[in-house]
Design a protein around this ligand. Structure first.
Ligand code: PGA
Length: 263
């Protein structure tokens, strides 16, 4: 796992946007895995800027989002489809038909999982997956004790996730307790996984992800098994790590190596 500790959320977003840019510049028809939530917002702002200034085109890109609430229509302001349109898709040159999000209104939500998996497979798999992390260590909506071998399916959200996400819902609005989410195995099959986290609220989950035991109690810890996982965090999110100096030294030496031998 590559652990990159930066000073601020701004720097985290700058690097994440650079990684997305590099992926799309290397392969214009890349398949990107997208995330919702507060964490990737700044990254999306920076991607929009790059697209506006003409340095980055999404004309041939395909995207798959991690998850969607069951019961919310694409027009519902709290749905993840709405979030993605508002915060990214409506502002870049991506083709609407190339953007995929699980259907929260599927007539049969149980069948939606395998159907979504089939679409990812038909697109050739995900090249780069952006991830946030829950304070309980979830990735996508794979809550603690999710099967490490899981695929896209319906999940029941934990109390902790419902509390964390309550801030997005207005008083009186019904907050769904079920979601359709890519599984842990689905995420693990992405060729490159980039996990972003900011703030002290994520420090415990980040420590468990990077240094804790591999455990379904912290689903993100599975990334210890990924061949190419990059964890980009700010100082606050790194505050509970024990080997911080080592991660910083690894990065310095990595940069020296890259400067000499290229990538
Ligand atoms: P956040 O959520 O980015 O809003 O903190 C992350 C997540 O729950 O995966």
């Amino acid at each position: 796992m590559e652990v990159i500790i930066l000073n601020t959320p701004e720097e985290v977003a700058t690097l994440a946007a650079e990684l997305v840019s590099k992926q799309v510049q290397d392969r214009s028809d890349s398949v990107l895995g997208m995330a919702t939530g507060g964490t990737p917002l700044k990254t999306y702002e920076k991607i929009i800027k790059k697209n506006m200034t003409g340095t980055l085109s999404f004309a041939e890109v395909t995207t798959f989002n991690l998850d969607e609430y069951i019961g919310l229509s694409p027009e519902h302001p709290r749905s993840y489809r709405y979030f993605m349109q508002e915060n990214l898709f409506d502002h870049i040159d991506i083709r609407p038909e190339n953007t995929h999000i699980p259907n929260g209104l599927a007539e049969n939500p149980i069948d939606e999982g395998p159907a979504y998996e089939a679409k990812i497979l038909a697109a050739g798999g995900i090249d780069l997956q952006i991830l946030g992390i829950g304070s309980d260590g979830h990735i996508g909506f794979n809550e603690p004790t999710s099967s490490m071998g899981s695929r896209t399916r319906v999940k029941t959200l934990t109390e902790s996730t419902l509390e964390d996400n309550q801030r997005f819902f207005k008083a009186g609005e019904t907050q769904p307790t079920l979601a359709i989410t890519m599984g842990i195995q689905t995420i693990m099959e992405a060729r490159h996984v980039v996990l972003l986290a900011n703030g002290s609220g994520k420090a415990e989950a980040i420590q468990q992800t990077i240094e804790g035991p591999l455990s379904a109690r912290c689903p993100a810890s599975i990334l210890q098994f990924h061949e190419k996982a990059t964890v980009i965090i700010d100082e606050e999110a790194s505050s509970k790590l024990e080997l911080t100096d080592y991660y910083k030294r690894v990065r310095e030496e990595q940069e020296t190596l890259l400067a000499r031998f290229g990538d």
